[in-house]
Write a protein that binds this ligand. Sequence first.
Ligand SMILES: NC(=O)c1ccc[n+]([C@@H]2O[C@H](COP(=O)([O-])OP(=O)(O)OC[C@H]3O[C@@H](n4cnc5c(N)ncnc54)[C@H](O)[C@@H]3O)[C@@H](O)[C@H]2O)c1
Length: 258
Amino acid sequence: MELESKRIIVSGCARGMGEATLNAYVQAGADVIGMDINSEAGQSVTEKAKIKGPGKASFIKIDIANPESVSDAFREASEQLGGLDALANPAAIHRLGDPSDISPDDWDRIFTINVRGTVLTNQAAFKLIRKSGGGSIINFGSISGLRPEPGSAAYSATKGAVHSWSRTAAAAWGKDLVRVNAILPAMATPMYMEANKKMTEEAATASYWMNHRSIALGEKYGDPETDLGPVMVFFASDASRFITGQLIPVDGGQASTR
Ligand SMILES: NC(=O)c1ccc[n+]([C@@H]2O[C@H](COP(=O)([O-])OP(=O)(O)OC[C@H]3O[C@@H](n4cnc5c(N)ncnc54)[C@H](O)[C@@H]3O)[C@@H](O)[C@H]2O)c1
């Protein structure tokens, strides 16, 4: 019950790392609101987590890219929770695309969700967490934001933006004891599997050598429940109270041993 009495919002809870994070928080005793644009799957994930307990879970629909949707969802969540102590923010989309032919519409769409969505949810969370006397915002960056990724040009640029935003927000909000970190994961999730399926054989082979083979721990992507969940609990808990502005790879060594 490391998170007993913590009030937490998890974006992108309908699947992947959002689902694993919500499950980990409820198992650690927190009172959690899951949010996602996909209501049906989001409801089902939170319902199952609530039944298992010992913490609580409920669902509110959100489009993180839409300012009104974010302010309505966070207002409703803070009323239900009686305040806010932490936000975990994995919601995002991935698009493959070569630097020479990515369209302005695709560029705008992925930036609107991955970058504007991060800024809007962070701002809404900051105001609430500051009122609680401090807490934690956990964004999601990527190794894609650290290195050139010719196959995912726009996605990679969004993750670089999330890294700098997280550091800037950490610098600005530290005086209010609101810490902001970014997890850089390598986990087997639907996003990762869908991206792989859309690749040509040549791109998939290149991706294998660039991504799998550079994971020192077993040369394979992690499991969101067992490899990420406990880290997310740590970053939402007071045990991480002196860590902010960091880019934290949870990737079996992919970022630093490649
Ligand atoms: N899978 C990996 O190995 C990997 C690697 C590096 C970084 N990441 C990052 O980790 C995070 C989680 O990735 P994942 O693999 O669990 O993704 P996923 O695609 O499995 O899940 C993303 C969730 O976000 C939701 N979502 C998308 N757009 C939304 C919107 N506008 N408003 C609200 N919800 C929305 C989706 O419905 C989905 O439930 C993402 O930020 C991703 O970029 C993933």
